[in-house]
Every structure is written in C-alpha cells, then in structure tokens.
Design a protein around this ligand. Sequence first.
Ligand SMILES: [Zn+2]
Length: 229
Amino acid sequence: MTFKTTAAVEETKAEVCALHAELLRWGLVTWTSGNVSGRVPGTDIVVIKPSGVSYDDLRPELMVVTDLDGKVLDGDLSPSSDAESHSYVYRHMPEVGGVVHTHSPYATAWAARAEPIPCVLTAMADEFGGEIPLGPFALIGSDDIGRGIVQTLEGHRSPAVIMQNHGVFTIGKGPKAAVKAAVMCEDVARTVHISRQLGEPVPIAPQHVDALYDRYQNVYGQQPAPEEK
Ligand SMILES: [Zn+2]
C-alpha cells in the first residue's frame, strides 16, 4: 500500500486545512468539534481533518487522505470520526466536492427541536432556495448519518441539512462552498430564531423564493464569476 501523492492532493490538503480556520472565525465550532473535507477534483480521493487535533495545531501535512469508503490512503493520524458520513456523501453524490460538519449553536438549537428552518429571509431564498431541511435522527458509527444527509439533500436545493438532535452538514461543489453554506446556515438560523422570540416570522411566497434563488445563483456577483459554488 503505497500512495503516491500529487500536486492536486497537496493543494486539497492545504485548502482543507486552511478552511478550518473559517469555522473558528465564524464561531461555528468548539474545542475539536467540526470538520471540513474536500474531494481532490476529478478523483475518488478525499482529504479530511484528523480526529481530535486542536484547531491551532492543524497543518496541511496532518490532513488524512482516504478513498470513498473512508479507508485511509495516506496520513499518520486517524481521520475525523465523521469521515464515514463524509465518504458516504461523496459516494452517493458525485457532484459534491466538499462537505462540512458543525454543531454551530443556533442551527443546532433548531436540530434539537427537530424543526426545519423556514424560509422567511431573502438571504435564505438566495443561498438555500427554500427552507433548511431537517434530516433524521441517526447514531454515530454507521452509515446512518450519511444516508440521512443524502436522502434529505437529494432533490433539494439546500446545500445544508440540520440533522435531528445533532447538528449541521453542508455540501458544495468544493470545500469552500460547503464552508460558506455552513456560515450562512448559522447566520440565518440565528436571525430566524431571534425573529421567533417576538412573533411568527412571515414566509416568503414560493414564486418569490424561486425568483430570488434564480437571480442569486445565476446573476448575482461579478460576471463572469468563476466563484466556486
Ligand atoms: Zn457531530
């Protein structure tokens, strides 16, 4: 078992490592919880955070390289305990190039109530194309979490799912897009939560959600926008 690294693998290790700082910066993680993974573009190789290493000590060379079954191909440390869930998503959603998991507090508060986050903000229509859906309760240590993520997100516009009693999983074309979805998920979870303290938030009509989503995904930003989605 000799794994020959490539420039693309090393680039993905550097990118995935650096993106963990964003989880801290946006207040999405505590201690060593939370993780980012990325698919090496065009391959069946995944780079993921090692288990139990504190954020300050993460370095690109400590990232763990796995195949799509979560088997370690390269790296001295064991992968994140969520690696199986990540690899299940990559196996079943070939368009996904990045996965993020957090227990960010406001979104996880919705998960604790087993309640999807209703689409009551234009920012939600833009980024998520509707509500942020709720995934099933699932125990750690089997395929159940991965299966729940895939079943909930397949055919859904949202790149984020809140897993019941657990926390947030997000997907993206690459790891940076998945991190962005995790940041936006927590942001809208907080705003809708605050709104609910004062009354019942007003839903956005479905045709307006569609129009907002279409504009944001296809028109918004600098054109042409090579920005990773
Ligand atoms: Zn978790």
